[in-house]
Design a protein around this ligand. Structure first.
Ligand SMILES: *Cc1c(COP(=O)(O)O)cnc(C)c1O
Length: 381
């Protein structure tokens, strides 16, 4: 049980306590049938995830990074191709593009939602086309911190430019806009079941979701070494990117409570917003959107001083993301829309995230809020 003197940034133990009997039974069942690879829980989870997100096809896989790799491979994206992505994200979003030999092109984010800015995307696509050396192929939007990206605007751009639209929903699976999941607009939605993500397993895991049956079939082949109908005739060069049966069994139990956890996360976010607006910049949610609040991320020009005081008060806080990808060693030679990304660069210097998980108690949250207030007071903001 969390107390104000013992606060977890993400309390996975509280969720485990809540689900322990069911998860133990689910694990025991897998140990009993012994089908550790592609056991019956895999198909069951894929069916449940398709229903949850209103998609027709789910391809479970090894992690959220491979989940983005599979559609890039299936689309044949490679050298000479440009894939547009935000720089203000986790490295995996751009890593997979570079690993395919394609070129990540970095786009700025909206100052309010922290998600890819459709207007800046348009000018960046125009810039790449005018330069004429790369051929634009896809957009990877990220549902950063759990908030759905502006998919209606992104779909329009993708259609008018003939680009594939991929949703990196590693943090945002379950987020909606006017009741619709990202797959209503995106060609492919990818997610991660890394333990700390809103829907996490007890190890690595991921999934790709789509309504494109042909694409899903190619990805099912790619995930098992490019297998064909005949097990001994591989029809394409693939990878080993399966999800473990044990993780699927755990996820099936966690998925049952996930909708109620999203509601709890939103109550906690509302309480943070009430308690902290005017103290720091609290995150804005688009009209009609429901976030999964993978992180509760606030902005302050006094960020470093506030975080130092919070540390003294034993309130954990973390910076996502301190260094945007276009400034990191491995990625700084890739093209950047307009040459620089002012919003991304400012946010990297001012954001910090507060403890957020569905089991955060009222008293603990009140303590966090009052700590942030006194830290901001001390920092004179
Ligand atoms: C976590 C994350 C990934 C990668 O997921 P893994 O399961 O760790 O491979 C990709 N994109 C974003 C935005 C993430 O947050």
């Amino acid at each position: 049980m969390e107390t104000p003197s013992n606060i977890a940034f993400i309390d996975l133990a509280a969720q485990q306590d809540y689900l322990k009997a069911k998860i133990d039974a689910a694990i025991a069942k897998v140990l009993k049938h012994g089908r550790y690879i592609m056991g019956p829980e895999i198909a069951e989870l894929e069916e449940q995830l398709s229903q949850f997100t209103a998609m027709t096809q789910t391809v479970s896989c090894s992690n959220g990074t491979d989940a983005i790799t599979l559609p890039l491979m299936a689309y044949g994206i490679g050298p000479g191709d440009a894939v547009f992505a935000p720089s203000f994200t986790f490295a995996a979003t751009a890593e997979v593009i570079a690993l395919r030999g394609a070129t990540p092109v970095f786009v700025d984010v909206d100052p309010q939602t922290y998600n890819i800015d459709p207007e800046h995307l348009k000018t960046t696509i125009a810039q790449i086309k005018a330069e004429g050396t790369l051929s634009p192929k896809a957009i990877i939007a990220v549902d950063l911190f759990g908030q759905i990206a502006d998919y209606p605007a992104l779909r329009e751009i993708a259609d008018s430019e003939g680009l594939k639209l991929i949703s990196d929903a590693a943090q945002g699976l379950g987020s909606t806009l006017k009741g619709e999941h990202a797959g209503k607009w995106a060609d492919v939605v990818t997610t991660s079941f890394f333990p700390a993500k809103p829907l996490g397993c007890y190890g690595d895991g991921g999934a790709v979701l789509t309504n494109d049956e042909e694409l899903a079939d190619i990805m099912r082949s790619l995930r098992v070494h490019g297998k064909g109908l005949d097990k001994y005739d591989n029809v394409r060069v693939g990878v080993n990117a399966r999800l473990d049966t044990l993780q699927a069994a755990i996820l099936l139990e966690k998925l049952v409570v996930f909708p109620e956890e999203i509601i709890k996360r939103n109550r906690i976010a509302d309480r943070y917003a009430k308690g902290l607006s005017g103290v720091v910049d609290v995150p804005m949610v688009m009209a009609g959107a429901v976030s999964t609040w993978a992180q509760y991320t606030v902005v302050s020009s006094a960020r470093d001083a506030i975080m130092a005081s919070l540390k003294d008060m034993k309130v954990p806080s973390v910076i996502y993301y301190a260094k945007p990808l276009h400034q990191q060693t491995a990625y700084k030679h890739y093209p950047v829309g307009g040459g620089q990304l002012p919003v991304t660069e400012r946010l990297a210097g001012e954001v910090f995230s507060l403890p957020m998980h569905p089991y955060l108690g009222d008293n603990v949250q009140e303590y966090i809020i009052s700590s942030v207030k006194s830290a901001a007071d001390a920092a004179n903001v």
